[in-house]
Design a binder for this molecule. Structure first.
Ligand code: ARG
Length: 442
């Protein structure tokens, strides 16, 4: 029973939140005349001493005492005697653990938000530096149209900004205090739930005692937001891995973020990126795991909910590492801009620019221009050259009205410079966007 029942092996992590909750509860009990001021002082002092013991690694956690709540309460009894046994008035471990866990998730959100913003700053800084560096833009991982490297990096700033929004939403919704819901029904003591909520930095107490002890949506919402964030980091990790590979060589990472091979001396493996990509799996797994734990539980608390902690703790560890590693790689990566630009021009990447020229100058309907451009691309393919390398006569053999002006739009530089529509890849747009983000994130 002890082996399956005890949670102290993992919930000891909640000691600071548990002590904060108990201090707020004791202060409220005294203010409401439910315990004496003298008992409250003894409890507060005792809890401070216990916090110091735990912080110094001098606290002996016991499996026999099941969880963090009982471990601390029993220790308090050893230290201060009878007053300790009054602390649990108008409280249950059910509202206690719900409070502790919300406090933990709230702190974790704050840390992760700060880290995500740091990563956004990293992306925006590199984007400003590479506002005019041309790279191949891909769809289907096939060369599509030239884009700027800065534009590509700013795409991640947009994603991460939405991730921050989701985390901030989750934080706002979880910031209600379950303390005082007691086991499930509330209490007959004249407690002041608004006071404990305020003391613990919550916006208000929760509204329904049954819901207070049985809701774990806040943890699920957090894991959902982390899953989407992790998915974004994984996509970027995948891009790093592709860009670093020998056939691409668009960027390189220094030894600080790569590892060597034990057999192939030339290797520089992007292990940090691979692990950031892989850790996404455990975060998704934890979301599905906890959803599954919760899905069949009748009101109100059930011990199943004790299984909520490890997945959340592990997800926090994983995302924290992934964010740090990604921020490191973003700052470390070195772009080979000459190669980027050369590759940007391959694969007939300016074919759309040619079609747009036919529309703009010859007033062709776009569908017809698309068809003519297709014929020109085929001609270039047959000759084994790029479209910019065809002669004017070659072009005119397909469409006689084409003039030499067309060559002006076939360079990758001209292509990106022309994409000035709102949100487009033009260097001027990208420089302005990067500056705006850096100001916003300062
Ligand atoms: N360790 C428990 C948990 O994590 C604390 C709440 C225990 N409540 C109870 N009724 N046994 O959920």
């Amino acid at each position: 029973m002890q082996a399956i029942n005890a949670s102290i092996g993992f919930d000891a992590k909640l000691w600071a939140q548990d002590i904060a909750g108990s201090r707020a509860h004791a202060a409220m009990l005294a203010a409401q005349g439910i315990i004496t001021a003298e008992d409250e002082r003894a409890i507060a002092r005792g809890l401070d001493d216990i916090a110091a013991e735990i912080a110094a690694g001098r606290f002996a956690f016991s499996d026999a005492l099941e969880d963090i709540h009982t471990n601390i309460e029993v220790r308090l009894g050893e230290r201060i005697g009878e007053a300790a046994r009054r602390l649990h008035t108008a409280r249950s471990r059910n509202d206690q653990v719900a409070t502790d866990f919300r406090l933990y998730v709230r702190d974790a959100i704050d840390t992760i938000l700060a880290q995500t913003q740091d990563l956004m700053r990293g992306f925006a800084t590199r984007a400003a530096e590479h506002a005019a560096s041309v790279m191949p833009g891909f769809t289907h991982l096939q060369t599509a149209q030239p884009v700027t490297f800065g534009h590509h990096l700013l795409a991640y700033v947009e994603m991460l900004h939405r991730d921050c929004g989701r985390l901030a939403d989750a934080r706002a919704r979880l910031n209600e205090c379950p303390l005082g819901a007691a086991a499930l029904a509330g209490t007959s003591f004249p407690i002041d739930r608004f006071a404990t909520a305020k003391a613990l930095g919550f916006d208000r107490p929760t509204g329904n005692s049954l819901d207070s002890v049985s809701d774990r949506d806040f943890a699920l919402e957090f894991l959902s937001a982390l899953s989407i964030l992790a998915m974004h980091l994984s996509r970027f990790a995948e891009e790093i891995i592709i860009w670093c590979s020998a056939p691409y060589r668009l960027i390189s990472l220094s030894d600080a973020f790569t590892t060597g091979s034990s057999i192939m001396p030339q290797k520089r493996n992007p292990d940090a990126a691979e692990l950031a990509r892989a850790k996404t799996g455990r975060i998704f797994g934890h979301l599905i795991g906890l959803l599954t734990v919760m899905k069949g539980l009748p009101m109100a608390y059930a011990k199943d909910m004790q299984e909520d902690k490890e997945p959340v703790f592990d997800a926090v560890d994983a995302i924290t590492l992934c964010l740090a590693a990604t921020a490191g790689m973003v700052r470390d990566m070195k772009a080979d801009t000459a190669r980027m630009e050369a590759l940007a021009g391959s694969g007939f990447s300016t074919a759309t620019d040619l079609a747009d020229w036919l529309v703009r100058v010859l007033k062709m309907p776009f569908r017809d221009a698309h068809h003519v451009t297709g014929q020109i691309v085929r001609l270039a393919e047959d000759k084994g050259v790029d479209i910019a390398e065809l002669t004017l006569a070659d072009m005119q053999s397909v469409e006689p009205r084409i003039t030499a002006d067309i060559f002006g739009v076939l360079t990758v530089q001209a292509s990106v410079a022309s994409r000035t529509s709102h949100g487009g890849t033009a260097p001027a747009n990208v420089a302005a966007q990067a500056t705006a983000w850096l100001e916003r994130l300062a």
